[in-house]
Design a protein. Structure first.
Lengths: 341, 341
């Protein structure tokens, strides 16, 4: 990368720069595959652990990928669509939970400690919710560029893997809208209970998304205009962080439905912009399984979690670390003097 | 427990002592459930992590279950049924892999390091394979009692959780036979490729199990006589360790198909002898999914692993640790000043 992605004066400028982002290192992947074949185990018997080690090799550009520093970032935003009654929790919970993250009391704090991730929280204008997407754009072009740049800026260049999560009352509705705009189907296909909506709450979510899809029909063929239509700032920041990580060949662990739906808008761009991303878990939110199918990805975990905050990514990091420990630490058949089949 | 389970002069004596094993601590479980409800997250949103924390509370007998010491034991044995050509690897691989475990070069060494488990390996007369179960008993009553006692003796009383694994060329055939004897169906229902059998190898496995099921038809209604019929020593040791852990209220992480099939024979005993056991993963071996259904248990992971050695249990330990970190470390709504729904 000669030119950093951000700041970018316009989406047009940003699009031009994306064409220069690097692809996978096929030679490193091939060397990692050869190593796996020689380790003291039946070929393929570590299953997904082998795939994860090879993906890490492919993006880190070495047959011995490592995680010295795992960086976790939770982006927090507020959403104008809450005016449509889409969430049972009051909107001030977003700022209260940010305080809880900073005080170390939330699930993500404990889960990052358990798997050895360094956590930071990025608040995105919590006192200025995005526009209500049933009434107009959630974000202007300038606001979108700003949120993308904040996401990109959060990445620390010495991270060996980036974990992404989010917090924002109402953002399961935004996620469902983004998924609907990106992959089609009906609003109802993508809507679930989120933090705990009842039947009527779910109907309000569906109605809001249907209204937004109708209002913004002309914007939905493209990743960035889709983000302008529905927001939110934390979703845009996730996209910015995914792109910044791609520029530095840093693999990414996406959390559950909301995080994956945010990143999934990038599937509309050329160049397979999610190839360096691992989906951490199948959340209980029903849209996540559908997203995985559209993305052609398999999640690492399926634990019925539906909390967000990056919680699933933090648990999946433990599996990723295990995959690399096995890959790097095991003896080969020759080293151990073990007979092959 | 007033009387230790082992040594036991006979299976009849052992059966009597099993009647005194403790059950779950319902009060501790209830207190743990109450705690989960008050933590700063939507109720139930940590999914299986909540269930795991509650199970740990139930067996450790405290609403704040902990893992200070995680003990992993790999039991290794050899099997007379290898004479029937049921495995593509030569039988000396068992002793070679034990040496690899001791030298620190196997997958289980790396995976235990990654999740913080202390690993030990227990060899069970590797130079004296069990009887070929197609020709006669795999184990006499005395041999079975000895293997059970070795399993029980391996448990360190200060362990907070016990991870169980196995190594033994040919033992996926033994596992399939135990599962067939315990839960019925056909031999083909329970047989898979194991470490890498081709179609003809699988047919030899099926034929061996069918011959054994016919020969030992009179022994298959009971946990212990089933173990005498098919063995092997490592399977019996796993059962001994599961029972010893139950006596001390230590939760157990069972590995994949072979380990779960071994422990599953205990489902024939009164008193739900597997209630303190967590199945770590759905292995690629097709019988594992069927075992889980019969046991009414859900696995923690589904990573397409099929290595054995306790490898899946070591990865699942990371998830279990995450579950307890969240359970013990999170702030309550009241502590954090976060509004409820």
């Amino acid at each position: 990368m000669t030119k950093p992605l951000f700041p970018a004066a316009s989406l047009a400028t940003l699009r031009t720069r994306l064409a220069d982002l690097p692809g996978p290192d096929e030679a490193a992947a091939a060397a990692a595959i050869t190593r796996q074949t020689n380790l003291t185990k039946p070929p393929g018997s570590l299953g997904r652990l082998e795939d994860l080690a090879i993906l890490m090799a492919e993006w880190q550009g070495t047959d011995r990928p490592r995680i010295r520093k795992a960086q976790a970032v939770v982006f927090a935003g507020n959403h104008g669509v809450c005016a449509q009654g889409v969430n049972p929790y009051p909107q001030e919970v977003t700022v209260q939970m940010v305080a809880n993250f900073r005080a170390g009391g939330a699930a993500i704090n404990q889960l990052c400690r358990a798997s050895g991730a360094e956590l930071s929280v990025v608040e995105l204008e919590l006192d200025r919710p995005t526009g209500d997407f049933t009434q107009g754009l959630a974000l202007s072009e300038a606001e979108l560029l700003n949120a993308l740049a904040h996401g990109a800026a959060a990445l620390e260049p010495d991270a060996d893997v980036l974990l992404l999560g989010e917090m924002g009352i109402g953002n399961s509705t935004v996620a469902a809208a983004l998924a609907n705009a990106t992959f089609g189907g009906t609003a109802a296909d993508w809507v679930g209970p989120g933090t705990g909506s009842d039947h009527e709450g779910i109907q309000r979510k569906i109605a809001a998304i249907e209204a937004g899809m109708k209002l913004h029909a002309g914007l939905l063929g493209d990743a960035f205009t889709t983000l302008m239509a529905f927001g939110g700032r934390e979703q845009a920041a996730i996209c910015g962080a995914v792109l910044a990580a791609r520029a530095k060949r840093i693999p990414v662990l996406l959390d559950g439905f909301i995080c994956t739906a945010a990143a999934a808008v990038l599937a509309r761009l050329p160049g397979d912009m999610l190839a360096h991303c691992i989906v951490s878990h199948v959340s209980a939110e029903p849209g996540q399984r559908r997203l995985l199918k559209h993305l052609g990805k398999q999640a690492v975990l399926d634990l019925g979690m539906r909390l967000g905050e990056g919680s699933g990514a933090a648990v999946a990091l433990g599996v990723l670390r295990a995959a690399l420990e096995a890959h790097n630490g095991m003896a080969t058949f020759a080293e151990a003097g073990v007979s092959g089949a």
